[in-house]
Structures are given as C-alpha cells and as structure tokens.
Design a protein around this ligand. Sequence first.
Ligand SMILES: Nc1ncnc2c1ncn2[C@@H]1O[C@H](COP(=O)(O)OP(=O)(O)OP(=O)(O)O)[C@@H](O)[C@H]1O
Ligand SMILES: [Mg+2]
Length: 318
Amino acid sequence: MATSEERGDASHESPQPRAAGSAHGPPGADGGWESLASRPPFYAAARRPAAHSLCVASGKGGVGKTAVAASLAQLFARLGSTLIVDGDLGVGNAHILQDVQPERHLGDVVCGRVSLRDALVSCEPHLDLVCGGSGLPHLAHLEPSERRLLALGLADVQRDYRAMLVDCGAGVSDQTLDFAEGSDGTLLVTTPDVTALTDAYAFYKVLLARQPDALVWLVVNRAQDAAEAQRVLERFEHVSRRFLGASPKGIGWIPDDPAVRAAVNRRRAVVRAEPTSPSSRALAELFARLVRELSAREPAGLGTRLSELSTRPRRLGA
Ligand SMILES: Nc1ncnc2c1ncn2[C@@H]1O[C@H](COP(=O)(O)OP(=O)(O)OP(=O)(O)O)[C@@H](O)[C@H]1O
Ligand SMILES: [Mg+2]
C-alpha cells in the first residue's frame, strides 16, 4: 500500500502538520467555523485557539464509526486543517480509509519512542492522521504515564488544527471514555439494531456517570429510511430521559448504502469516493449540523483536557 509520500505527491512531502487556518481558507463553508477563528478580541490577541474536538464512539462494534469519522474528517478538512486520531489503540484501522500505511503509531508515542508530532502522517492536503497501532492489544489499557504522554502529545499539536476527530474503539474502555470526556462533544453512532441500541444506551449511561454534563449527539447509521431513523432517535431519547434524566441529542441519520461498502473496499471515505451517493448527502448534512454545534462552543483543547483527566485516578467501573 503506497503512502502519500511514496505516491510522490508533492503536497505530502512533509509528514508534519500544516499550520491550521493559514492561506488555505475554507471554500464556501458554513460561516460558524470561520467566524469563531476570527472572533476578536480574544482569539486575535491570544494564541490560536485549540482545535475543536469530536469523539466518534459507539457501544457495539462494527456500527460504522470509522466510516463516519473518515467522511467527517474529509469534510472538516475542507474548512481547515484536521487531524484524525485513531483512538482504537492497539487495533486501529482508521488509516485504511485514508489509504496510508503509517510507520509510527500511538504505541510508539505512549512508550516515549517518538513524539506524537513525529507520528503524524499527512493523508492529503489539510488532513493528517495519527494511527492507533495494529495488533497491539496491550495498548487497550494505558498506564498513567502512558496516558500522560498521549495527552501531552495531543496538547502539543492541538493548536495546529481546526478540528480533531477521535475514531474510538467500540465500548466503554477507560481510554474511550477519556476521549469522550476530553472532547468538546461525542458523536454516538448506532445502527437501528436492538443490540447496537442497547450498547449505545450503556455507553451513554457510563459516560454520564463520569461526566454528568457530557455533550452527546446520536446518529443512526444504516437506517432503511427517515421514518426508521426517527423512530430510533425518539425511542432512545425517551428511554434515556426516563431512566437517566438526560438524553443525547438526535443529530441525524445515514442510510444503509452499498456505496459505503464500495468506498471502504477502495480504501476511501464515501464522501470522497461517491460524493453524490445518498450516504454522502446525509453525511454532509450531519457535518453541517456538527459544525453549527461545535462552533457555538469554545474549544477546550483535547490534549489539555486529557492532561487534566490523566492526573485524576481512574474510578473503578468507570
Ligand atoms: N451507511 C452504511 N451503509 C452500508 N454499509 C455501511 C455503512 N456504514 C458502515 N458500513 C459498513 O459497516 C462495516 C463496519 O464499518 P466500520 O468499520 O466503520 O465500523 P466501526 O464501528 O468503526 O467498527 P469497529 O467497532 O470495529 O471499529 C464496514 O465494512 C462498512 O462498509
Ligand atoms: Mg472502527
């Protein structure tokens, strides 16, 4: 598999991230993002704000987190420099949909072998990736010193980007919950299947126990039609509100679409491979809503937040 460098793409000569929000202005996108970056006087006078961060998570595996994150990252990259963090530590595969084969990964970062900055891979203009490492199960449970190195690495680069997307592993591992709590918001992905919904509910419940004011958006992937997605969102909201006293915000749905699978087989995000497909149109709508939601919030800085969390002892069962 050729990396962007092997393909000889001049725009990928350096694996270093490009400075975010530079000359490459976003082409005609939702104004929220831009207006946030140029908002005086705070941002004008201070250093560039940290990137907005979005954690893409699920209860059950295989519901489409990586496919959704890959497409959203492509869309975010049109607005400004974007970093995908493969948060599936040890068994990451986010690099596949970017068609790159990183030589360094977060396993190298958390053991101090390389800096996170040196583990960045340029996928295409304005889109970088830090790989999760593959076939390294010991990374599923990070030691405190490893969490700290990960947090410091992300803090070091968080001002180089406009957006950071964490493509998490499924379930309620400590690391995923850290990413969810450390991000400005979490996109919880489910399919309409009852098993996926049950696990999504469990994820939400565990996250709320750790972070009662967690900001979570729910998206239904692989829905047959709008009516099915609506039923799922309403049911989830009803049950969550009743038993947990809070509910994720339904933010959209993506149809079950053979174009996604075809794109995955070509190692591409569907919005890039099949931009006019039904799923790509739905992802564009989802993206626009997420930009509006995120732009209304000050970015906390994923690395900064993870750093704070890394000094907090892990709670049993959390
Ligand atoms: N909207 C969709 N329509 C059709 N197929 C889809 C859709 N979304 C995802 N898929 C398919 O589902 C499979 C699993 O997707 P993906 O790898 O993104 O899931 P995941 O949640 O990241 O899995 P894991 O939990 O293992 O990380 C992929 O092969 C993809 O082709
Ligand atoms: Mg995945």
